[in-house]
Design a protein around this ligand. Structure first.
Ligand code: SF4
Length: 328
C-alpha cells in the first residue's frame, strides 16, 4: 500500500482522487469507483499497490502490438479492477469482480522479467491506469535494467499523471471503444473526450497502436467508422489500428460481429490508413504488415507465429522505404 500520487484533501477528512477524469470524492473509509484507491485517515492510498491478479508470458502480438518488437514475448500482468464498467467487457471476471490477488514488489517483478528473458513488462488484462503508483515504480526499475514497458489501456487518465508516466512507457495500445460520446456514457460509464486527448498526447511521446472492438449496431455504422478513421488521420502519423471481433460477454447479449461485416470495415479502413489489422477472429486477411509504398510483405503473421520477411536493417527490402516498426 502506498500514498496515491494525484489527489487533494478536502474539508471534513474527504479527499478527491485526481488520477482519472472520474475525480472520485471519497469520505473516510470509502473506496473509489475502480476499487484501487481508498481514503484512510484523510489520506488517499493506493490499496492495490503491487497486488497482481494474473501473470503470464505472452506474445507481444497478443496485446495487440504489431509494430513493436514483432515476434517477442512479454511478461504481462495487471491489477484487479477498472475505472470503466463496460457492458461488453471481455475480461469482466477480473476487471469488475473482486478476486484474490498476490503481492509482488517492483524489484521482484523486474527480477522475474529478467529470469523469463522477456522483452519487458506489459501492464494489461484489466485497467493498468488504476495501478499508477505501482507502474511508475516498476517501470523506472525496469528501464534501469534495460527492459521495455508496455501499457494496454482505455486511455481514461488525466493529462498530468499521463505526462508523468509516459517517459517510462515504450509502447501503448489504447482501446478506442467508439468515436461516439454517447456510447462511452451509456455502455462504459466513461467519457470519450479524455480518451481522445490521451491518444493525442501518447501519439507524440511513445509508440502507439489503437484497438476498436466492433459491436454490431452499437458502434459499426458507416458514419461512425468514417469518423473514427478521420480521427486517426488527424493524428498526423501512421498509427496502426486493430479492429477486434466482439463476442457476447458480461452483460452484453448481442450476437458476435459478422465476419463479413468486419471484413468490409477492414477494407474501408485500408483505403485510407496504411496499417489496419483484424483480431479475435480466424482470418486470412488483416494479419500481415505490408510496405505502404510498394506493398512488399514486411511481416507475416499466422496466429501468434511471426516472421520478418521483407525487412533489412529497418528498411523495406524491396523499395528501401524506412519501416514504421520499432525494434526491427
Ligand atoms: S483512479 Fe479510481 S479512485 Fe481515482 S478518480 Fe479514477 S476511478 Fe476514482
Amino acid at each position: 500500500m502506498k500514498e496515491a500520487s494525484f489527489y487533494r484533501k478536502l474539508d471534513q477528512g474527504k479527499v478527491q482522487c485526481l488520477l482519472c477524469p472520474h475525480q472520485c470524492i471519497l469520505g473516510e473509509g470509502q473506496t473509489g469507483l475502480c476499487r484501487g484507491k481508498q481514503n484512510q485517515d484523510g489520506k488517499l492510498l493506493a490499496i492495490n499497490y503491487g497486488q497482481l491478479v494474473s501473470i503470464s508470458l505472452d506474445p507481444i502480438e497478443k496485446k495487440p502490438l504489431y509494430h513493436f518488437y514483432p515476434g517477442k514475448t512479454i511478461l504481462s500482468t495487471g491489477p484487479n479492477g477498472c475505472n470503466f464498467n463496460c457492458q461488453f467487457c471481455q475480461n469482466w471476471q477480473i476487471s469488475q469482480e473482486k478476486v484474490p490477488t498476490r503481492m509482488v514488489y517492483p524489484e521482484n517483478l523486474v527480477a522475474l522479467t529478467l529470469d523469463e528473458n522477456s522483452l519487458g513488462i506489459a501492464y494489461t488484462y484489466t485497467e493498468p491506469i488504476i495501478w499508477f503508483e505501482y507502474i511508475l515504480d516498476t517501470a523506472q526499475l525496469a528501464h534501469e535494467k534495460g527492459l521495455k514497458n508496455v501499457l494496454v489501456s482505455n486511455g481514461f487518465i488525466n493529462p498530468e499523471p499521463l505526462a508523468k508516466l509516459l517517459p517510462f512507457i515504450d509502447a501503448i495500445n489504447i482501446d478506442l471503444k467508439s468515436i461516439n460520446p454517447a456510447f462511452y456514457l451509456k455502455y462504459c460509464n466513461g467519457k470519450l473526450e479524455p480518451v481522445l486527448e490521451s491518444i493525442r498526447i501518447a501519439s507524440q511521446h511513445t509508440h502507439l497502436e489503437l484497438t476498436n472492438l466492433v459491436i454490431p449496431t452499437l458502434n459499426d455504422s458507416d458514419e461512425e467508422i468514417e469518423m473514427l478513421l478521420e480521427f486517426l488521420q488527424s493524428l498526423g502519423k501512421p498509427v496502426p489500428l486493430h479492429f477486434s471481433r466482439y463476442y457476447p460477454a458480461y452483460r452484453m447479449k448481442i450476437p458476435p460481429t459478422d465476419p463479413e461485416e468486419l471484413l468490409k470495415i477492414f477494407q474501408k479502413a485500408s483505403r485510407v490508413l496504411p496499417y489496419v489489422y483484424l483480431g479475435n477472429i480466424r482470418n486470412t486477411v488483416g494479419n500481415n504488415t505490408y510496405c505502404p509504398d510498394c506493398h512488399n510483405l514486411l511481416v507475416e503473421r499466422n496466429g501468434y507465429r511471426t516472421r520478418l520477411v521483407g525487412i533489412e536493417d529497418h528498411h523495406c527490402n524491396h523499395c528501401g522505404r524506412e519501416v514504421d516498426l520499432v525494434g526491427v
